[in-house]
Design a protein around this ligand. Structure first.
Ligand code: PMP
Length: 407
């Protein structure tokens, strides 16, 4: 079944907005996606009718929010194919999830001389926390490089692993290049060597059907705001047997079962990792976002976004002097590019004047930029609510800018 794009666009109020008097063309979906009215409405409904702190109340409103939160936990469990709902930890987002693992897994399992492998195309969120851990523990960070077309040099991976290797942290889809990485293969190689794997699914959860049990991922992390949900809420999935061994990373309410001045006994999963009042209204919004994408179907979404990617790649490739960074065989709907002689900021600002929103700069992945010896790119990233007509507008916009700039 195809997508009724016109009807889908009706669900996203922001897509009707004008920018600088022009129709908004939003191609910054890798940074954050827009929210359908179903998500916006449920946030308003919960603030208007049910707002009350979770887990600590005996009254109706508190129970209503608590139930809605725990239902969302089960929704997330089913959405990613986790074995148990206690393996789903709510966090502020991908970054916090990774920091949680880097701190807590690091406390328990990383010692001096250990090694952690991180790819060369990671978002800073999946690099800096590991650097910090390595500094803290006197451990070593090892780079898994990528080739010039933006594919990980997976053949090198076995030679990078040794008896000291404890963890591989890798993104499923690169936000800077769009590469879809072979995470199943990476996990298989890692597990043959008794190494754990954290999958950064920030850029894949909204495009690909994920099953953590089939993948056998040890940890998987994502943010709701890139999945058509609210900001400030995200997920850490971890295998129960590993999470059980990890110490809490923040102290406070809810993460304890009993407290005295002498000592505290920690709560069980998932609450052990959820200190303080959770973002309980946005958790409900995340549940609504999952309903929304599941209703359309991730396979349908993926197929349509691939169509947009093919169309845009072919069109933009005809522009003189335009180079696409990231030409892997397996790509998601992200095009990073530069036009010779035009700075990425100029390109981004001039496109903005035409109502076209793209992202410019390093995309929080300076190591990716360093690989190509550049300081940034222009990035257009597509969602299922985008259209080929909008890609035509991008093409025409870039062509006009090239003419204006005399290149
Ligand atoms: N990893 C990847 C691959 C990303 O694209 C992003 C967001 N750009 C992050 C991590 C960080 O996500 P957040 O800022 O939502 O924590």
């Amino acid at each position: 079944m195809g997508l009724d794009i016109k009807k889908i666009r009706e669900d996203f109020p922001i897509l009707k907005e004008k920018v600088h008097g022009k129709d908004l063309v939003y191609f910054d979906n890798a940074a954050t996606t827009h929210k359908p009215k179903q998500v916006i409405d449920i946030l308003s409904e919960y603030y208007s009718k049910y707002n009350s702190n979770v887990h600590r109340g005996v009254h109706y409103l508190s129970n209503k929010c608590t139930d809605a939160n725990e239902e969302t936990r089960i929704k997330v469990q089913n959405f990613i194919g986790a074995k148990e709902s206690c393996e789903i930890i709510f966090t502020r987002g991908t970054t916090e999830s990774i920091n949680l693992v880097a701190f807590s897994f690091g406390e328990k399992f990383i010692k001096e001389g250990d090694e952690i492998i991180v790819s060369e195309m990671e978002h800073h969120s999946n690099l800096v926390p590991w650097q910090m851990l390595c500094q803290r523990k006197n451990a070593k960070l090892v780079k898994l490089p990528f080739s010039d077309n933006g594919e990980l040099e997976i053949d090198l991976l076995p030679s990078l692993i040794n008896n000291n290797t404890k963890l591989i942290a890798v993104n499923h889809i690169s936000n800077a290049l769009g590469t879809v990485n072979p995470i199943k293969e990476i996990i298989d190689i890692a597990h043959q060597n008794n190494v754990k794997v954290l999958v950064d699914a920030a850029q894949s959860i909204q495009h690909k059907k994920i099953n953590v049990q089939e993948l056998d991922a040890d940890f998987l992390v994502f943010s709701a705001h890139k999945l058509y949900g609210p900001t400030g809420i995200g997920v850490l999935y971890g295998k129960k047997e590993i999470l059980d061994q990890m110490p809490p990373w923040q102290g406070g309410g809810e993460m304890i079962s009993t407290v005295s001045f002498e000592k505290s006994i920690y709560n069980e999963l998932p609450f052990k990792f959820e200190a303080g009042t959770p973002n309980f209204i946005d958790i409900v919004g995340l549940g609504s976002a999952i309903d929304y994408v599941e209703n359309i179907g991730l396979e349908v979404i993926d197929a349509y976004e691939n169509e947009l990617l093919q169309y845009a790649t072919e069109k933009l490739s005809t522009i003189n002097g335009l180079r696409i960074y990231g030409t892997a065989k397996n790509k998601a709907s992200v095009i990073s590019f530069l036009v010779e002689g035009i700075h990425f900021y100029d390109m981004g600002m001039l496109l903005d004047q035409m109502g076209i929103a793209v992202r410019t700069g390093t995309h929080c992945s300076e190591t990716t930029m360093q690989h190509f010896d550049i300081t940034g790119t222009v990035r257009a990233s597509f969602s299922f609510y985008n259209t080929k007509e909008e890609i035509d507008a991008l093409y025409n916009g870039i062509s006009r800018i090239c003419k204006m700039m005399g290149v």
